[in-house]
Write a protein that binds this ligand. Structure first.
Ligand code: SF4
Length: 472
């Protein structure tokens, strides 16, 4: 058995169980030094068993092959969001987000900014080498003015590409961060200073004091196209001019540690607080799975109608899912939702082939009618021309939901008219009491609407009994 080389790190880089070498980083890359500094701080502070590192997308993506502690991988730019989730569900954890400049300062900037503004309890190690390393040397938000990259072959021009982003200074506008510092690993003296800053960021986590951000200027010889010494010198001569080193903020002495009872709500507590009073679902293999699609234009209440049916199914102790879909223009654009009702756990909430289709406008009818399962039911607003035939064996009913709601004096209640049609045709298989209870519950905050909708349902049912017939 070989002696362990560095506490807190695996002895070799073993990927896919086959490849074994000391590192995947290029010669002269700053990442390896930063990994080591982070590991040393974690071990010296006795935090190895509590630490969860959120690994990025970028050259640092394989951090979990190096750090012998808790590790997770985040989607590109989403380390701050994932760190937030861990922080809130594992209050004993020391959360570290490790990210490069493409990941943090470009696609992940908003997530970073918001997490810093919320003062999430995490240490962020931000590796700034002024370029996208892993993808081959494209311009990053931190690329220096005039610096040539694959995507700025004539040098970064602020007129078209903006100026280099100073992330520490931007975050320093916020009130919540406890510690913000910029350091470098370009030479020994700087590496020692970097170690102090990283250690400080971890101490803040150990003590539950809040958000700490350490930017590390780091050489990338490969994409600079120079040897490691020249790359390190570039950091000192060029990058430090743009990004001066130093502690930008240190409130660690006065920051109050988080008390356990003041901790932010865990996801469990959050959902329990918000839980609906419907009974839990019960397995009933005899209840066949019913898949429904509700579609129309945003603002027609089509998503609310789907929720109402899903809530009724919950009251009936069925397994239920509600899955909305709408374009960027939710109000006025197309909107739809899929609802699945089942006596057994649901595999997928997506409904490509509905048993029941409710359409409030022409585009949604034309788009979805051909996908309805044989034996299925389509209820479509009577204003829609039925110019697309339904598949064989599918029953189509035209319901003047929009006209009727206008005639009854509540133009926004076309969705309630559709609910009445679902009831009358027994299209959902759910009990009338449950559907109405779910409808009334949706107006819990506007009691006057409950009575109004009760009358509307009755009127709509009367009309349906006297007039509605199958169209084809
Ligand atoms: S491309 Fe640059 S940042 Fe990436 S591993 Fe190589 S030297 Fe390091």
């Amino acid at each position: 058995m070989t002696e362990k080389k560095t506490l807190g790190m695996y002895d070799s880089f073993v990927r896919s169980g086959r490849e074994t070498r000391s590192t995947h980083y290029c010669a002269g890359c700053g990442h390896g030094i930063i990994h080591k500094l982070l590991t040393e701080a974690m071990v010296e502070l006795g935090l190895q068993d509590r630490t969860i590192i959120v690994n990025p997308i970028g050259c640092g993506v394989f951090g979990y092959y190096y750090w012998d502690c808790g590790n997770v991988g985040a989607a590109h730019g989403r380390a701050a969001a994932l760190g937030t989730a861990i922080n809130r569900s594992r209050k004993d954890a020391v959360v570290i987000s490790y990210q490069g400049d493409g990941d943090l300062a470009a696609i992940g900037f908003n997530a970073t900014f918001q997490a810093a503004n919320r003062g999430e309890h995490m240490a962020v190690i931000f590796v700034n080498n002024a370029i996208y390393g892993m993808t081959g040397g494209q311009m990053a938000p931190t690329t220096l003015e005039g610096m040539k990259t694959k995507t700025s072959p004539f040098g970064r021009d602020p007129l078209t590409a903006g100026f280099p982003m100073h992330i520490c200074e931007v975050l320093n506008q916020l009130r919540a961060p406890v510690y913000i510092a910029r350091v470098s690993v370009a030479d020994t003296k700087r590496i020692m200073q970097a170690k102090q800053a990283i250690r400080k960021a971890l101490e803040i986590q150990r003590d539950g004091k809040g958000y700490a951000f350490v930017e590390v200027i780091s050489p990338c010889p490969t994409n600079l196209g120079v040897d490691p010494l020249k790359a390190a010198q570039f950091c000192i001569d060029q990058m430090e001019k743009e990004y001066p080193l130093g502690v930008v903020r240190d409130n660690s002495a006065t920051a109050e540690p988080r008390k356990p009872d003041e901790a932010k709500p865990t996801p469990k507590a959050f959902f329990e607080e918000d839980a609906h009073q419907a009974p839990p679902a019960e397995v009933d293999p005899s209840a066949r799975e019913l898949r429904l699609k509700f579609a129309g234009a945003g603002g027609q209440g089509i998503l609310s109608l789907g929720i109402c049916v899903a809530e009724a199914a919950r009251l009936e102790k069925r397994f239920t899912s509600w899955y909305p879909s709408y374009g960027p223009e939710q109000r006025g654009g197309s909107a739809s939702c899929s609802v699945v009702i089942s006596g057994t756990p649901i595999g997928s909430p997506a409904v490509d082939h509905p048993d029941v289709l409710v359409c409030m406008n022409q585009p949604s009818y034309e788009r979805f009618v051909k996908d309805v399962n044989p034996g299925g039911i389509v209820i479509v607003d009577a204003t829609v021309p039925l110019n697309v035939p339904a598949p064989d064996g599918v029953r189509v009913f035209a319901m003047p939901a929009i006209d009727l709601s206008i005639r009854l004096g509540v133009p926004k209640a076309a969705n309630t008219m559709m609910l009445a049609a679902l009831l009358k045709l027994n299209a959902t298989g759910l009990k009338r009491d449950h559907l109405l209870a779910a409808l009334y519950a949706s107006f819990a905050k506007k009691p006057a609407l409950i009575e109004k909708n009760r009358v509307l349902v009755e009127e709509a049912e009367k009309w349906i009994a006297e007039n509605m017939k199958e169209e084809c």
